[in-house]
Design a protein around this ligand. Structure first.
Ligand SMILES: Cc1cc2nc3c(=O)[nH]c(=O)nc-3n(C[C@H](O)[C@H](O)[C@H](O)COP(=O)(O)OP(=O)(O)OC[C@H]3O[C@@H](n4cnc5c(N)ncnc54)[C@H](O)[C@@H]3O)c2cc1C
Length: 459
């Protein structure tokens, strides 16, 4: 048996931030990663991080505060979020943004994205961020990162603390003893058909995206020791992915946040396109057919953002994933939708934009931001779009100190969790950028709490 002060399970953003924080606090720490390399879903992510009041926003003349971020997160979550966790996010987010910058994460731009009343999606290159943290972690003599080392189960000591970590390495069973604590950062279960079938059978029609190792093993391990779960009823897919996104290239376009409409295979709109893409996912899954289209015109196309994972429409056009036509009639023929239905839908939408009375209540582009424009400037574009399961967000019940809680809100001795494995933050909806944000923020909180160095202000 090997002894460490802390054992961290999973090497995505939450695990790597935890490892770096622990290393800098001087703890002897082991991070175990199941796959052959670190990164998990974090490295595949759309790269937005939700932070408010940053120097970058100020430089660009954007006014934003932690209070505004908290309000948006609660509103998007239908106030079903755990308010204390959201308040803790608000309180700690700016410090973590600055900490990420200090540790070499390069923030590239700020975008208006889903659920934000002001532009607040700070973009990163996820490969760059993960590499920066990995390099930093392995440069510290007190931090060990072991890949190809899946954790199988956790054990309790005679004192009742969860402190043994059973894992496999090179075909051998091993045990690590975590004298201080165990931090679970093993992500969600978007890749587990079994757990999705168990918790959310309505998501069967989604395409599966997400870190290959994200099968909910950490959740099972914590449940064995009495953990409770939060947000299960709100499990939902994410709207915006091309059917080919299940492959290595995660082709995605959110043209609806720039002014596109969403139609079903019968050429009809069915939802307010400015909603969170989680709610759009729910709406799309209620449609009879398994696939929908985003439709837009040149006015929206002109807002393509080169290199952006969500808004680089020109790249998707070059790849042949977006259909283009000089008229709505020809576009409809290409996508096998009734031309009359499409023309009628667009005409009704345009009328609604002109007189401010949209059939589905759309008055903005994203949550409170931007003005819709009529779809009338040729050429016209169509992007086939499906709902994907890329992150689960529902997960272990945790305190603001990242302690894993039992059904009576009591901490399970020895066990902490951060990142996508933890539930309670998002409630009924999801604000873009808050998952990577919470991974970094609470990866650090978990370690400081475990080492007895966390100053609690929210109770
Ligand atoms: C395509 C895509 C786009 C996204 N876009 C965004 C975005 O723009 N903004 C945002 O905020 N969020 C986004 N998300 C969600 C976000 O990326 C994740 O929620 C977040 O990265 C989770 O970080 P994490 O560290 O908790 O988990 P992960 O990064 O998934 O890391 C978990 C790690 O634990 C490992 N692991 C699992 N089980 C075990 C085990 N038994 N033993 C050892 N290791 C184990 C996994 O292999 C993995 O490496 C996106 C996700 C996807 C897939």
């Amino acid at each position: 048996m090997d002894d460490y002060e802390l054992v961290i399970v999973g090497g995505g953003l939450a695990g790597l931030c935890a490892a770096v924080e622990a290393g800098e606090q001087g703890a002897e720490v082991l991070l175990l990663e199941k796959e052959g390399k670190v990164g998990g879903s974090s490295v595949l992510s759309g790269r937005y991080m939700a932070f408010a009041g940053t120097a970058m926003q100020k430089e660009q003349g954007m006014e934003d505060t932690a209070e505004m971020l908290v309000d948006d997160m609660l509103e998007v979550g239908g106030r079903a979020n755990d308010e204390k966790l959201v308040a803790a996010y608000g309180e700690l987010q700016l410090d973590t943004y600055n900490w990420l910058v200090e540790h070499g994460v390069e923030f590239l731009s700020i975008q208006a994205v889903s659920g934000h009343s002001v532009p607040r999606g700070h973009t990163i290159d996820s490969n760059q961020a993960i590499q920066a943290f990995y390099d930093h972690a392995v440069s510290m003599p007190n931090v060990t990162i072991a890949v190809d080392s899946p954790v199988i189960r956790l054990g309790r000591s005679a004192r009742g603390h969860v402190e043994q970590v059973f894992y496999e390495q090179g075909g051998r069973r091993k045990t690590a003893n975590a004298a201080k604590r165990i931090v679970l950062t093993s992500g969600g279960f978007s890749q587990s058909k079994e757990l999705l079938g168990h918790f959310a059978p309505h998501l069967k029609r989604t395409i599966r995206i997400g870190g290959p190792g994200n099968k909910g093993e950490g959740i099972r391990m914590a449940c064995e020791h009495g953990a409770w779960m939060k947000d299960i009823p709100y499990l939902s897919g994410t709207y915006g992915f091309h059917p080919t996104a299940e492959g290595p290239e995660k082709s995605q376009a959110l043209a609806f946040y720039k002014g596109a409409i969403i139609i079903n295979r019968r050429g009809k709109r069915f939802v307010n396109e400015s909603l969170s893409y989680k709610l759009l996912g729910n709406a799309a899954l209620r449609e009879k057919e398994n696939s929908t289209y985003q439709i837009w015109d040149q006015t929206v196309m002109d807002q393509s953002v080169p290199g952006d994972k969500l808004y680089d429409f020109e790249r998707l056009l070059r790849k042949g994933l977006i259909k283009k036509a000089e008229s709505l009639q020809k576009l409809a023929e290409q996508i096998d939708v009734s031309p009359d239905a499409l023309r009628r839908t667009v005409a009704e939408y345009n009328e609604g934009v002109q007189n401010g009375e949209d059939e589905f209540g759309r008055h903005t582009l994203t949550h409170h931001f931007g003005k819709p424009t009529p779809i009338r400037t040729a050429p016209f574009y169509a992007f086939e779009t499906k709902v994907a399961m890329l992150a689960t967000y529902a997960g272990l019940s945790v305190s603001t100190k990242a302690e894993v809680l039992n059904p009576y809100d009591e901490p399970i001795s020895g066990l902490y969790a951060a990142g996508e494995i933890a539930g309670g933050f998002h409630g009924a909806g999801y604000m873009t950028g808050s998952s990577l944000g919470k991974a970094a923020i609470f990866g650090r909180v978990a370690v400081k709490s475990a080492l007895g160095k966390f100053q609690q202000t929210i109770t």
